[in-house]
Design a protein around this ligand. Structure first.
Ligand code: 2BA
Length: 108
């Protein structure tokens, strides 16, 4: 068994979770916050048999879209210790996926 940790944008998470559940995947959904943008995203934890990872990856690719995000919340340090809002545009990925080995899977 593997543990997939999947970080997705909130907008994509609803239909992705619905479709994964329909395919029989077990999911824990966590509200999370991106360290860079400091805005909400969704982290999914899924214990998955190894042979079912490709199907999960295919569904993630189909649901999760890359988006351009404009933000002005970052500040830039200016000479004289003053801070000003600094607008930036970042491309937020479709999804960030980690696949980890699981030593034991125990359900009580
Ligand atoms: P955030 O940390 O809020 O990052 C949002 C987007 O900002 C990133 O999209 C990337 O395009 C950009 N970004 C992040 N750090 C940057 C930096 N130091 N300089 C310039 N641009 C930067 P994604 O790469 O698609 O990541 C989306 C979210 O996935 C991240 O939200 C974070 O919550 C998570 N994530 C991505 N890579 C991760 C990693 N290696 N470890 C843990 N979480 C990760």
């Amino acid at each position: 068994m593997k543990l997939m940790m999947i970080i997705v944008q909130d907008q994509d998470s609803y239909t992705l979770v619905d479709d994964l559940l329909e395919e029989g995947y077990r999911i824990t959904k966590l509200s999370s916050t991106g360290g860079f943008l400091k805005s909400g995203n969704t982290t999914l934890l899924m214990g998955v048999d190894e042979e079912r990872i490709p199907k999960a990856m295919e569904m993630i690719e189909n649901h999760c879209k890359t988006r351009e995000i404009n933000t002005s919340y970052l500040t830039m340090n200016m000479p004289g210790d003053s801070y000003i809002p600094y607008p930036i545009q970042v491309t937020v990925g479709g999804a960030t996926v980690f696949v980890m080995d699981v030593d034991q899977y125990i359900r009580i």
